[in-house]
Each structure stands twice: as structure tokens, then as C-alpha cells.
Design a protein around this ligand. Structure first.
Ligand SMILES: NC(=O)c1ccc[n+]([C@@H]2O[C@H](COP(=O)([O-])OP(=O)(O)OC[C@H]3O[C@@H](n4cnc5c(N)ncnc54)[C@H](OP(=O)(O)O)[C@@H]3O)[C@@H](O)[C@H]2O)c1
Length: 298
């Protein structure tokens, strides 16, 4: 039977294109719904007209999850610590397949698992393992896609595409896997329709559009824009120090900002082989194609 899907965090950076992809593939699903706080539900009025439902309520209330097979969480950093509570409520509501808010690096890699920026993703994964043990039949999917191609050349990584400068905390030879956001959401929607491996509770979907060093990424950007960048690599220890100062001040947003700056340029966003790209019926956009679409001469 066609699955029913509930999306949490649908109005965010990933949520908007994900909902647009679900609209394209609506016929493959019995129900597609957005879970929204009643105070913010007005954001989804236009989407509702296209046949996407809006469930108004709290992601902590099991009743909101009743009648759905699959839940996709797109919790942003501020919300991520509450994912274990969402999982509890989802299971109590009868959900048997959960997509936690991953959509990035393979956090299982050495030096990444203990990195502050990923702390709440780690806690969520631990909770999913325990939930699967306690509830036979419960399954979860981790979408591992690397950095979004649109974001790797952006402010977050210290890249200014207008001034043609890079001031990043990292190293020229740091490796990064990248996938365009359009492809990330397409892989996510189509993954729901792939058979889940027998006898497993955890499934990883490992995909990427390209894999380069940070220096090569900047070279692609230079080629596409036809300009030379002024590039300076800064010591990630400086970012770590600012992160720690923010933690001591109790400024969590600033702490996460500094924790995030070295993520891409210091090699922490990678999806190592093997990959699952060939399980899908389309080919990923390359980094050059994405950057040409965004910044190429018209
Ligand atoms: N690999 C990459 O390069 C990359 C880049 C960006 C994001 N990501 C990942 O993608 C996932 C989603 O990130 P995102 O950027 O889409 O997140 P986001 O835009 O920051 O937030 C997503 C949604 O979370 C809800 N939300 C946020 N703060 C809230 C609060 N305080 N109270 C209640 N709801 C709140 C909102 O839901 P409503 O819309 O329902 O109001 C919001 O739209 C994360 O796992 C993130 O790490 C990866």
C-alpha cells in the first residue's frame, strides 16, 4: 500500500524544497501531511491547496502522529535536542519508520562523532538504536548526503561569492562530499519507496553528487564565475576557541555558529564509499552544474 508521510519542520531550508518534491510525486503516497504548531500553520495555506494536509498540533503529542507510517524530521539546530521526545511521541502514535534530521555528513566517522556541532544528531541516533530495541518493527533511515552544493560555497564556509573571497577555518586539501539540495530532497522522497532491507532496523542512504578537496571546490567556483578568488585558510583552533568562549557565556547560538564554521573546510562533511546513488532512477547534478545554475554567466 502507498505510504502515508508526516513532515516536521516543513517551512525551513530543507522543508520547502522537500514539500515541493512531494507535490511532484504525490501520486506515490496515500497521504502527505505537514505537522505544524497552530501559531505557524498559516505559512502552509498555499501548499494545502495542492492536496498536502496540515496537521495542527505539537510534535510532542502522540495523537498528531496517528495514521502515519513514516515521519520525516527536518528539525533545525535549535529544535534538534527535542528529537528523542518526537520519536517517543511518534512511536506512541503508531509510526513505524522515522527519518531523523540528518541530511549531511556521515557522523560515524572518526573525529566527527564527538564534534560539538553534531551533538544532538548523535543523541538522536543513540535514541533511535534504543527505540528499535524496545519496539520490534520500528525502523529508521539516515540520509547521508554530504554538504549541500548550494551551501558549501557560502557564508557558512567563509566563501563570499560576490566579493570573491574565502576566509575559511580549514585546509586546502580537506575533502568534502557535496549534493545539490534539489537532489537531496529527491533522494529523500524516492528512498521511502525503496524496499527496506529485511531484518534491519537502521538503513543508511549514502549519496553524493561530487567529492572534492576544498581547494578544488573553490577552483570550480572560479571557473564558473570566471574570476580568481582571494583565499585565506585560517586555523580551526581559532574557531574552536571562539566556540568555547560562547559556550562559557551561555550563548548557544554563537557556540553553534563557531562550531559550524570549520565543518566543511576542515573535512568533516564526507560520505565515504560505498554509495547508494545507483539505487535511484536519476543521476545527481555535479557541483559544476549546480554552481553554473547559481552563479554562471547568463
Ligand atoms: N548538509 C548541509 O549542507 C545542510 C545544510 C542545511 C541544513 N542541513 C540539515 O538539514 C536539516 C534541516 O535543517 P534546516 O536548515 O532545514 O532547518 P531550519 O530551516 O533551521 O529549521 C527547520 C524547521 O524547524 C522548525 N523550528 C526551528 N526552530 C524552531 C523552534 N525554536 N521551535 C519550533 N520549531 C522550530 C521550523 O519548523 P516550521 O517550518 O514547521 O515552523 C523550521 O522551519 C538539519 O539536520 C540540518 O543539519 C544540512
Amino acid at each position: 500500500m502507498a505510504p502515508s508521510v508526516l513532515i516536521i519542520g516543513a517551512g525551513g531550508a530543507v522543508g520547502l524544497p522537500l514539500v515541493a518534491e512531494f507535490q511532484k510525486q504525490k501520486s506515490q503516497f496515500s497521504r502527505i501531511a505537514i505537522l505544524s504548531d497552530p501559531a505557524r500553520a498559516h505559512k502552509f495555506a498555499a501548499v494545502q491547496k495542492s492536496g498536502i494536509e496540515v496537521v495542527q498540533g505539537s510534535f510532542l503529542d502522540f495523537k498528531c502522529y496517528q495514521g502515519f507510517d513514516v515521519v520525516i524530521s527536518l528539525a533545525g539546530n535549535a529544535l534538534m535536542r527535542l528529537q528523542p521526545a518526537m520519536i517517543e511521541a511518534a512511536v506512541a502514535g503508531g509510526v513505524r519508520h522515522f527519518y531523523p534530521s540528518e541530511f549531511g555528513t556521515d557522523i560515524n566517522q572518526d573525529g566527527v562523532w564527538n564534534f560539538r556541532y553534531f551533538r544532538d544528531k548523535v543523541v538522536t541516533r543513540d535514541h533511535l538504536v534504543a527505540t528499535a530495541k524496545a519496539h520490534p518493527g520500528f525502523r529508521y533511515t539516515l540520509m547521508l548526503v554530504g554538504a549541500f552544493s548550494e551551501w558549501v560555497c557560502g557564508e557558512f564556509s567563509g566563501v563570499d561569492v560576490e566579493k570573491h573571497t574565502v576566509r575559511c577555518y580549514g585546509y586546502p586539501d580537506a575533502q568534502a562530499s557535496v549534493t545539490s539540495l534539489d537532489d537531496v530532497v529527491r533522494y529523500t522522497v524516492e528512498s521511502i519507496l525503496l524496499p527496506f532491507p529485511e531484518g534491519q532496523s537502521c538503513r543508511e542512504i549514502r549519496v553524493r553528487g561530487d567529492h572534492f578537496t576544498f581547494q578544488q571546490i573553490i577552483a570550480v567556483l572560479e571557473e564558473v564565475q570566471g574570476v580568481k578568488y582571494d583565499v585565506q585558510y585560517l586555523d580551526p583552533k581559532e574557531a574552536a576557541q571562539k566556540q568555547e568562549e560562547a559556550r562559557k557565556r551561555g550563548d548557544e547560538a554563537e557556540e553553534m555558529l563557531w562550531a559550524g564554521k570549520p565543518v566543511g573546510p576542515s573535512g568533516k562533511v564526507q560520505v565515504p564509499l560505498p554509495l547508494d546513488n545507483d539505487k535511484f532512477g536519476f543521476k545527481s547534478e555535479t557541483l559544476k552544474q549546480t554552481l553554473t545554475r547559481l552563479y554562471g554567466k547568463k
